[in-house]
Design a protein around this ligand. Structure first.
Ligand SMILES: Cc1ncc(C[n+]2csc(CCOP(=O)(O)OP(=O)(O)O)c2C)c(N)n1
Ligand SMILES: [Mg+2]
Length: 1032
């Protein structure tokens, strides 16, 4: 067979190609000389016929009939071959654009395939006989072909010989750069890339540029050599084998600075990190070297971190552009890729606060290892944030140190995708693979990547295909596991030598200049090394990646140790309540169900009460007035998972028309951002944490759909939120809102939001009656249903617990140390803790704790266990009296009923937290035990309010002490509170447990079981003989 038809998936005649013949024809009609001579020949001879070719693609047939209809009915055999050959050449060009990277020489070792496959695509002309694939022959090589508009290999020429076409395609696509971009579904972007790489002579550098590149390579290489010489047995995760990464980053930064970027935020793993700090960020070398001294003492509080995890922030002048540039390298844990979303969040915040909506001033660069980039799911989650309006950073440049190994694991065992970078294809990011032993190719690619980001504000990946000269760290023996690879690596001439030889050979530099450059940098290192010996103390403060100028005093301490009052004026409360109940935009039609909710809010405002949603509104609204930006992010947060929030109103008649009343509170207010996130926890929580890093003057909240989903973001919680300050002296005031509680209700699931909202009130009333008649007597649920806002609050094992025990277990306050109670105890305890864990039982207290969070003179993460059924519980309402000026957050809400009037009569004090309080109060009333049993609520669980609880305990000297929780014994709060209570009473009194038995699952999926266990523990709670005779 003479020609193989092109693969059906490849529409090689589509788009601009398909109109090519027409274009030629019309041009030829106007002026036969305007087209290439082969077309001229074709059109002139077009009246001579030729048998039907069954393999002629359909579209070509259409062209043939087009020609016929123009009176060119008979096509000559010769002419048809010309057309066929042109089409074949187009298809050949396209094949290189799509698949050229598969044969590009990407591996500096020359032994591996970067795409893990030695297969050579059959449509690339790697040997002359493969011309036959296109029906072409060696004799066609010198024939001249018109070039399609989808290639730039011709430069100023419209046509080239086939020989030259293949040569230029090979040069562009099959040398040291492998381009993956043809999957991008935007023609303009594809054209842009083709032009950047195909245009002949684009990869030319001036001598000056080459010398700068060489000097940068010298620094990169000699830095590692220096460390290796001085500390041969220390781990440093050296960059050897990918030294080019330093000039690569510097090129990206130079180019970006030239195009207006003022601030670059970077995240990277271990490999080459010290080198980046030294040679890109330009941390003083002595500060790096001194960290190798085992006797170095830590000056700051906290546990600190290893040198290759610390962050850095530096403002300086970019020497190439002479412009000011700020560079920040984010501190990160060992957990690979975890820092990615954090960097993005911080970048977004920096853009947001500068009004840099298009990302023209601030950008991020993320570095990755090949194994981690392919293996870690958070990479994918982060990519998926890249184009979302409230999360985009307007394009990130990703640089992969693709040393073709992950610790000891061969890529063939570590990934199923051809390249480690394939994950980037999901967002249509172009991927530029480049052989890291060709520094000029790397420079070129990096320049293009920076221009791409500036032009399209989209992500781009630079894949530095390199090798790892040593083991995973400097102590490892790589020959155990990669013997052949390492035999080759031992023979490999270092890139610096290769490049220096090349520049010396072509006269760009002399040997003497090169040696001087080396000597100069070695001297810099030696001098810094000498100075480093004077550094006896490590200040981790000097390694801050996100300083907050003006927030702390000059010593980095809080400006005060008190918290301003959190109550606000009645006038403010009323104003916020009124706006929260309104639609502050004209001609905006909201859903009738929502009107009902807004009416209820207005009614509450008139009656001076708030429910949960309104309390949150008041907290957010009031801090906005004080110029504090509020950002609430998470899945479905705009409406609220439980349909209680409704911060974004949707016009029922105009698509995408929305209104956020919170942004209509005052003329001069800080902006409120509320954004439904992608369905990710790891990525989004990391992002919000990064956002909260940028400024202390923002209340940044992340809400989990249900509290237990936070465990898919566990790495962010453990590695950053819990321990971030201890490791990196970096404060962070992020708020985690975690819906928590065992509702045990499966009924509500059946009566969903949409159904409810369509029902008139009369029908709802009937449902209410019906449910009561059927013995369904959970007040919260009924209230929810009558409000017409029931939602997916289905509970069971997976929706009940935000796992408070885990947060409490990681709290750093000492269970056994009896603290000294000073006047500042409340605030200093907060200052000393690693995070604050609260479970509020009233809307007012929720309001106060959110406000306290931002009014404190320092920042700590706040974990809030938020309610579900309490959102609409008729008892869980607060009066304005609990929120007005003079009121504050109550860490403990003591009993204030009859039991408190005669405490000596009280037989039992039940301590509890959260929603179970309402069950206990109801049961106490039922059993008429209001005088005998006091119920005290712990609202701030950690840090533990030792001072207030001590007062409570002393008030009831002869009472049993009980901790009651609805959670199972091995979860919830018991293990945390028990030793602390016992510390208060100096182990003289027991604290009895009342609650559910230990269990593996967080809750039952069976309603009946749920109710039985509830009944059982309520009975015990009020059985005043329950613990008689028991020892502790
Ligand atoms: C989440 C996570 N899992 C495992 C590790 C342990 N670990 C450290 S480095 C490494 C290999 C990383 O390979 P790669 O991403 O290719 O980077 P390279 O070291 O080759 O530069 C592994 C598995 C880790 N640090 N983080
Ligand atoms: Mg690797």
């Amino acid at each position: 067979m003479r020609r193989s038809p092109p693969a059906p998936a490849e529409p090689f005649l589509s788009g601009s190609n398909s109109s090519y013949v027409e274009e030629m024809y019309y041009a030829w009609l106007e002026n036969p000389k305007s087209v290439h001579k082969s077309w001229d020949l074709f059109f002139r001879n077009a009246n001579i016929g030729q048998a039907h070719d069954p393999h002629l693609p359909q579209q070509l047939e259409r062209k043939a009939s087009f020609l016929q209809s123009h009176g060119l009915a008979q096509t000559p055999g010769k002419a048809e071959k010309v057309v066929e050959d042109h089409l074949a050449v187009q298809s050949l060009i396209r094949a290189y654009q799509i698949r050229g990277h598969h044969v590009a020489q990407l591996d500096p070792l020359g032994i591996l395939d970067a795409d893990l496959d030695s297969f050579i695509p059959s449509d690339l002309i790697t040997t002359i006989d493969k011309l036959g694939f296109y029906g072409l022959h060696e004799s066609d090589l010198d024939k001249v072909f018109q070039l399609p508009t989808t290639t730039f290999i011709g430069g100023n020429e419209n046509s080239l010989s086939l020989r030259e076409i293949i040569k230029r395609l090979e040069h562009t696509y099959c040398q040291h750069i492998g381009l993956e971009f043809m999957f991008i579904n935007d023609v303009e972007q594809c054209q842009w890339i083709r032009q950047k790489f195909e245009t002949p002579g684009v990869m030319k550098f001036t001598n000056e540029e080459k010398r700068t590149l060489l000097a940068r390579l010298v620094r990169s290489m000699r830095f590692e050599d220096f460390l290796a010489r001085k500390w041969s047995s220390e781990k440093r995760f050296g960059l050897e084998g990918c030294e080019v990464m330093i000039p690569a980053l510097k090129t990206i930064i130079d180019k970006s600075s030239e195009m207006g970027i003022e601030y670059v935020i970077m995240g990277m793993p271990h490999r080459g990190r010290l080198n980046v700090l030294a040679n890109v960020i330009r941390k003083e070398l002595e500060q790096i070297f001194c960290q190798f001294d085992p006797k170095l003492e830590a000056a700051d509080e906290g546990s600190g971190d290893v040198k290759y995890h610390l962050g850095m922030y530096h403002e300086r002048i970019n020497r190439v552009t002479n412009k000011k540039i700020t560079l920040s390298l984010m501190a990160n844990p060992s957990h690979l890729e975890a820092v990615d979303p954090v960097v993005q969040g911080k970048t977004k915040a920096e853009q947001f606060y500068r009004g840099d909506t298009a990302g023209k001033k601030v950008m991020s660069i993320l570095l990755h290892g090949d194994a981690a980039f392919a293996g870690q799911g958070v990479v994918y989650e982060t990519f998926h944030l890249s184009d979302l309006p409230s999360y985009t950073t307007n394009g990130t440049i990703h640089v992969v140190v693709n040393n073709q190994i992950g610790f000891t694991t061969d890529p063939r065992m570590a990934r199923s995708s051809p390249y480690p970078t394939d994950v980037a294809r999901v967002v249509n990011a172009p991927i530029f693979h480049v052989n890291a032993d060709d520094p000029e190719a790397v420079m070129y690619v990096c320049n293009v990547a920076a221009e791409w980001r500036n032009t399209f504000n989209k992500d781009v990946v630079v894949d530095l295909v390199c090798y790892r000269r040593r083991g995973h760290n400097e102590m490892d023996e790589p020959m155990f596991t990669q013997p052949l690879m390492y035999k080759q690596i031992h023979k490999q001439v270092p890139v610096l030598k290769k490049y220096a030889d090349k520049l010396i050979a072509d006269g760009t530099v002399t040997l003497q200049e090169f040696e001087e450059e080396i000597a100069k940098y070695d001297r810099i290192c030696e001098e810094a090394y000498a100075r480093s010996k004077d550094n006896k103390i490590l200040h981790i403060k000097h390694w801050l990646d996100s300083p907050w100028p003006g927030f702390f005093n000059v010593d980095g301490e809080p400006k005060s140790m008190s918290c301003p009052p959190t109550g606000i004026s009645e006038e403010l409360l009323t104003h916020i309540g009124n706006v929260a109940s309104s639609v502050p935009v004209k001609d905006f039609k909201i859903h009738s169900g929502l009107s009902r909710i807004l009416r209820a809010r207005l009614e509450m405002t008139k009656n001076r009460v708030v429910d949960w949603a309104l309390a949150e509104y008041m907290a957010f609204g009031s801090v906005l007035k004080e110029g504090i930006h509020v950002r609430l992010s998470g899945q479905d947060v705009e409406r609220g998972t439980f349909s209680h929030r409704h911060h974004v109103l949707h016009d029922q008649e105009v698509d995408k028309r929305t209104c956020v009343p919170m942004n209509h509170l005052w003329e001069q207010q800080a902006p409120y951002t509320v954004c439904n996130s992608s369905l990710s926890e790891y990525g989004v929580l990391g992002f919000e944490l990064g956002f909260a890093m940028a400024s202390p003057n923002a209340l940044v909240c992340w809400e989990a759909q249900f509290g237990d989903f936070h465990n898919t973001a566990q790495c962010i919680i453990d590695q950053f939120i819990s321990s971030g300050q201890a490791k990196w002296v970096r404060h962070n005031g992020i708020v985690l809102l975690l819906p928590h509680g065992m509702e045990g209700m499966d009924m509500k699931r059946k009566i969903t939001d949409s159904v409810m909202l369509l029902m008139p009130d009369i029908v709802l009333a009937s449902i209410y009656v019906l449910l009561v008649q059927n013995g369904y007597n959970n007040v919260g649920a009924l209230q929810e249903i009558t409000l017409g806002t029931a939602s997916e609050t289905a509970d069971g094992p997976e929706h009940s617990s935000a796992r408070p025990e885990r947060f409490l277990q990681m709290s750093n306050d000492d269970s056994d140390a009896y603290p000294e109670f000073s006047e500042q105890f409340e605030v200093s305890q907060l200052y000393d803790c690693n995070w604050i864990v609260v479970n509020c039982s009233t809307p007012a207290n929720y309001f106060h704790v959110l406000r306290r969070q931002i009014l404190l003179p320092f920042r700590k993460p706040l974990i809030v266990l938020t309610p579900k059924s309490l959102l609409r519980h008729p008892e869980a309402k607060s009066s304005f009296d609990e929120m007005v000026s003079g009121t504050t957050f109550q860490r403990v809400i003591p009993e204030n009923g009859p039991a408190a009037q005669a405490p000596q009569e009280v037989k039992r004090v039940i301590f509890c937290t959260g929603k179970v309080y309402y069950d206990l109060v109801k049961e106490r009333k039922n059993q008429d035990l209001e005088k005998q049993v006091a119920i005290t609520r712990l609202e701030q669980i950690s840090p533990f309010p030792f001072d207030l609880l001590k007062e409570e305990l002393e008030k009831y000297p002869s009472a049993d002490l009980v901790w009651c929780q609805e959670e199972h014994k091995n979860s919830g709060y018991y293990d945390y509170v028990k030793p602390r209570f016992r510390t208060i009473v100096n182990h003289t009194r027991p604290i009895w447990y009342v609650g559910r038995e230990p269990a593996a699952a967080a809750a039952t999926g069976n309603k009946n079981m749920h109710l039985v266990s509830l009944r059982r523990f309520l009975d015990t709670a009020f059985n005043l003989e329950a613990f008689e005779g028991k020892t502790f």
